[in-house]
Design a protein around this ligand. Structure first.
Ligand SMILES: Cc1ncc(COP(=O)(O)O)c(/C=N/[C@@H](CCC(=O)O)C(=O)O)c1O
Length: 426
């Protein structure tokens, strides 16, 4: 239909518009990523809305970013470390890639008290997000993974990036090599393991983002048993463990036998407001072995030494203060504050006759809008109440028909959001 001359001139025009291109092919896995990462997308929507309504007081209950100031006992420890760096006696350079021993010991002794975790099984990092990607580097492209559905998107997106996920199936909204374990009200937000295929790795987040529910002890016992029977590895994300307010396990290592099948990643972000300070950890037990008997911990250590030069010495000083008796007590007050915020949001949506899940063991409420598109609900609440949430579909196909509402706002914002939502959705 088009002469070669026309095609050639269009191609030349396109090339001129692109400017210089290298001869390097794009990583095909990056092409498989659908849209942008969820949370920057939410930030973009926030910014567009703020531009459209410059005088509206936007209330941000979308990204799970803490807002309470860090207790002084913790910030002064970081300040002291920072000031010490300006002295000959106090200056320190590279630390151990696995983290300062005193912090590793404090995590093992305080967070994992009586759970049988040893200090040299704790690897301090710059946060759980980075550990997820480093774990994917450790696991490699040949692994099959299972995730809860809905789930924190980093597990799926990092799986796509390292080439595990296979092709995206438009009709299901799923990647063909990932097992999506449905978690919903009618299965008490715990997957039916009897119908779940074996995978090498099972990413399991409890308390869960986005549903805000925590797995019970019997449920985690079944998960450990399932992993053991299948020879799988559980990557248990306990980033919200400090929000648990009932007798749900705070760590997978409360479950007998878990050290032979599980890695746990966690974070100071939501526990201590360290979202900007950046500090987390991974527990890789000595008992955890590959099919050939080689310890996973040794390879994880190699990844940390090769791909990461250690968490900030200043952040680690802060982390140590978080785990002191006074620091821990001060942080519990912030967590109580966010729990009260969650109650406000739960009451608001419940009073509107909507089903609300979570919020008791995590700083997220999972609100059901049966039969409605989650992006449509997100847009309506943003447009008409100037309140930012997160559409459930952003967490996977199982999130459709829900929105996630964060409890991390200020009290004033929570109360104002509650008022607006009640008048909008009544
Ligand atoms: C289950 C779970 N695991 C790890 C993280 C990130 O932890 P850090 O990298 O230590 O701050 C998060 C952070 N989530 C926030 C922030 C998301 C983001 O910006 O990536 C959210 O869901 O809104 C998480 O929910």
């Amino acid at each position: 239909l088009y002469s070669s001359r026309v095609i050639c001139s269009v191609a030349l025009e396109h090339k001129a518009r692109l400017g210089h291109c290298t001869k390097v092919p794009r990583n095909v896995n990056m092409e498989s990523l659908k849209n942008g990462y969820l949370f920057p997308e939410i930030s973009i929507r926030e910014a567009e809305h703020a531009e459209k309504y410059p005088h509206a007081k936007l209330i941000k209950l979308g990204i799970g970013d803490t807002t309470r100031p860090i207790p002084h006992i913790i910030t002064s420890a970081m300040a002291q470390k920072a000031l010490a760096l300006s002295t000959d006696a106090g200056y320190t350079g590279y630390g151990d890639e696995q983290g300062n021993k005193d912090l590793r010991e404090a995590i093992a002794n305080v967070v994992y008290k009586d759970k049988g975790v040893e200090w040299d099984e704790v690897f301090v990092s710059d946060g759980a997000q980075g550990d997820i990607s480093r774990l994917q580097m450790l696991l490699g492209s040949g692994m099959t993974i299972a995730v809860q559905d809905p789930t924190f998107p980093a597990y799926v997106d990092s799986s796509i990036i390292v080439g595990q996920a296979g092709k995206f199936q438009e009709e299901t909204g799923k990647f063909q090599n990932i097992v999506y374990m449905r978690c919903c009200p009618w299965n008490d937000f715990f997957p039916d393991l009897a119908t779940t295929p074996r995978t090498d790795v099972i990413f399991f987040c409890s308390p869960n983002n986005p549903t805000g529910t925590a797995a019970s002890r019997p449920q985690l016992e079944r998960l450990v048993e399932f992993a053991k029977a299948n020879g799988s590895i559980i990557v248990h994300d306990s980033a919200y463990a400090s929000y648990i307010s009932d007798d749900s396990p705070r760590s997978i290592f409360e479950i007998p036998g878990a050290k032979e099948v599980a890695i746990e990643i966690s974070s100071f972000s939501k526990f201590a407001g360290f979202t900007g300070v950046r500090l987390g950890w991974a527990v890789v037990p000595k008992e955890l072995k590959y099919s050939n008997g080689f310890p996973v911990r040794k390879d994880f250590n190699r990844i940390m030494c090769t791909c990461f030069n250690g968490a900030s010495s200043i952040s680690q000083a802060g982390g140590l203060a978080c785990l002191s008796a006074d620091g821990y007590q001060a942080l519990c007050r912030s967590i109580d504050y966010y729990h009260e915020n969650a109650d406000i949001i739960i009451d608001a949506f419940t009073s509107l006759g909507l089903k609300v899940y979570g919020g008791k063991n995590a700083p997220y409420a999972w609100v059901q809008f049966p039969g409605r598109s989650s992006w449509e609900v997100f847009n309506e609440i943003l447009e008409r109440a100037h309140v930012v949430t997160v559409p459930g579909a952003g967490f996977g196909p199982g999130g459709e028909g829900y929105i996630r509402v964060s409890a991390f706002g200020s009290r004033e914002c929570m109360l104002e959001a509650s008022r607006r939502l009640k008048s909008l959705l009544k």
